[in-house]
Design a protein around this ligand. Sequence first.
Ligand code: NAP
Length: 247
Amino acid sequence: MSQLKTAKRIALVTGGNKGIGFELSRNLAGAGCIVLLGARDAERGKQAVHQLELAGLTDVYPIEVDVTKHETVRAAAQQIKSHYGRLDILINNAGINVSGDGLASAVDIEVVQRVFETNFFGALRGVQAMLPLLRHSTSGRIVNVSSGLGSLALNSDPSSPSYNTKLIGYNGSKAALNMLTVHLAYELQGTSIKVNSANPGFTKTDLNNNTGVETVQDGALAATRLALLDDAGPTGGSFSKEGPELW
Ligand code: NAP
């Protein structure tokens, strides 16, 4: 198949079939990007794309990506390469919260490993597979969808509302993801690629059994802005919808 030459930005959103990732896909399609809506389950991906099409958004396509499976991530990179030859925006959004996660002294290590496998290694896997394609963009953007629970500052601040939420797997994986942001920004100095962490805020989704207080529209704001940053924008930072955040 010959490559499509397009001036539109090409964006990949992992975990795009629901929650914040679905809203991110909607926002980026609305902003004129070609959106590759990543889903680990092909059928769920197709359904999500169909919903966006019904909402009048074109240029959204399902792509199978299970971030815990090398072969699907590599196949997705190969598909993007052969169709477009580049990637402009990578949003590492896929994430899980596993029951049984909790205090470091008692948690089952396998639970922590499972959470890290998606939330940290999944993002690292995505970055390693997609970076060659992002290097072909004239203004690449990587957004790691992190969490306030990954903040070392908030985890050690007794006045923080989330001070007592001590999930070593989830919080640790997001702290590691933030480290990935900082290290990639360091490595990519002097290139056109910007890398930032987005903190959605406590958002009503399946991840927290819909106990969150923010809407998915609000939860997607920070990552949407970081994905669409102009060339004067920041790199190597953490941002909520209100602005820069402490690590
Ligand atoms: P969600 O509604 O549960 O959506 C999570 C998405 O990730 C789903 O599409 C899910 O796919 C996908 N996913 C899970 N494991 C995957 C894998 N191995 N490969 C590919 N996709 C996978 O949760 P959400 O709240 O929108 O979460 C999105 C991101 O925001 C996560 O990184 C989360 O940690 C972060 N976040 C959320 C909140 C919040 O309050 N909701 C706060 C801070 C940060 P399936 O449908 O197949 O399960």
